[in-house]
Design a binder for this molecule. Structure first.
Ligand SMILES: Cc1ncc(COP(=O)(O)O)c(C=O)c1O
Length: 409
């Protein structure tokens, strides 16, 4: 197929990203895992860097469960029984016992009627918004919402879309007032935890606003929250941003199985009617394979751990390590967005300096993510550190000492 002209255009676009220093570049390849030794937590080796052990401060596996032997064993048992892939979408012949049990357990954990799993949180968000958005729907969205929400809105094309400044609930309220008489249905959508900043949507304030305005719209104001970074690691028992903010349960809660639980996949919990409707209408549920039975069984095992004394201890340990890291950064004079979530952003406010610091950390065998425009607004350049429960206090001290060394230079 002749494609050289389009290839040239694509090549030019990638080169433009490279020239502006904003390309993602070559991915690092993890080649082996190193068990904890002495006072050190786990390390990884990287292809091209020999046997050097690297400390990961950029993993979403917040509770340190992704290599837990109980999850691995649950995955193996399911795979031996059912095979490595589902073989079909759910409504044809791709529904297995581990999928159903996981859905029941997720609903129970979040104290909702029902749950539905998808292959990722990204596809959950797109599918749920696509299924619920009508030609008379107004969607109101936080400006810093995740890319999956932004793309879902492009794809679903509601009657109107309003974006409020980050966490400015007065603006959200004004948009709701402005939608009276214009829209039948309103969907207010926000991340629970914002992935670049680790801060939370004030659900305890948003919920009452939504309730107050609800009678003004014939098809309700529905509050939908993507709490992919919050579920299973925020709140004393891991119920996420709702628990951390002492907020009432939101109408539609979406999360991932691929961060704190350490596995893979996405889910939504809500009313029985909502979930029955989504089984009939959500595009990526109907037309795309589910997660494997191994993933479902491992996620179930992880969920049972979270919902036990050990889970609460892991969450408490994670909080303590996060506090140690944040107070260490502040003592070193860095600007930090403080909070209980294990995403710890060190605000640099300069692209070149961010890159220099990330390089300095890498040379000291620490992996952390530098974020520049367009991933974060210009002027908000930062290094995103992610604390995990299998880090040790000595790991945290080591990162702080490397950052102190950068400051001293
Ligand atoms: C808010 C939010 N939603 C969805 C996702 C995507 O999750 P998944 O990998 O399960 O698609 C992310 C991942 O970073 C996220 O931060």
């Amino acid at each position: 197929m002749p494609s050289h002209r389009v290839d040239k255009l694509l090549h030019d676009q990638v080169s433009a990203l490279e020239n502006r220093n904003v390309s993602k570049g070559r991915e690092l390849v993890v080649s082996s895992m190193i068990e904890p030794t002495g006072t050190n937590g786990p390390r990884v080796t990287l292809e091209g860097y020999g046997t050097k052990p690297f400390l990961r401060f950029n993993s979403n596996s917040y509770l340190g469960l992704s290599r837990d032997r109980r999850l691995v064993a649950a995955d193996e048992r399911a795979v031996r029984e059912f095979g490595v892939g589902p073989g079909a979408v759910r409504f044809i012949s791709g529904t297995y016992r581990p999928h159903v049990t996981l859905e029941q357990r997720l609903a129970e954990f979040f104290r909702r009627d029902s749950a539905l799993i998808f292959s990722s949180a990204y596809s959950t968000v797109i599918s749920v918004l696509a299924a619920l958005t009508t030609q008379d729907t107004l969607v109101i969205s936080d400006e810093l919402n995740h890319n999956c929400i932004i793309n879902a809105l492009k794809l679903t094309r509601p009657k109107a879309k309003q974006v409020y400044r980050h966490n400015k609930v007065e603006e959200l309220e004004r948009h709701l007032a402005g939608g009276r008489g214009e829209a039948d249905r309103v969907i207010v959508i926000t991340d629970g935890v914002f992935s670049m900043r680790g801060d939370m949507a004030p659900l305890h304030n948003i919920g009452p606003i939504v309730e107050r305005m609800d009678d003004d719209f014939p098809e309700n104001v529905v509050l939908m929250v993507d709490d992919s970074h919050g579920v299973f690691c925020l709140g004393d028992t891991g119920r996420g941003t709702e628990e951390q903010c002492s907020a009432k349960p939101v109408d539609i809660l979406i999360g991932t199985l691929g961060k704190a639980l350490g596995v893979n996949g996405g889910f939504v919990v809500g009313s029985d009617t909502l979930i029955r409707y989504l089984r009939e209408t959500a595009p990526m549920y109907i037309y795309s394979n589910p997660i494997t039975t191994g993933e479902a069984a491992a996620a179930l095992e992880a969920l049972n751990i979270v919902d036990s004394t050990e889970g609460k201890q892991r969450i408490a340990a994670l909080r303590k390590l996060t506090a140690q890291f944040e107070s260490g950064l502040v003592s070193l004079g860095f600007e930090v967005i403080m909070g209980p979530h294990p995403v710890v952003p060190l605000i640099v406010r300069d692209t070149t300096k961010t890159q220099q610091m990330v390089r300095h950390l890498f040379q000291a065998q620490i992996l952390a993510t530098g974020l520049s425009y367009p991933v974060v607004p210009r002027g908000d350049e930062e290094i995103r550190f992610q604390v995990n429960a299998d880090h040790t206090p000595a790991d945290i001290d080591y990162v702080l000492s490397v950052l102190a060394d950068f400051g001293a230079r």
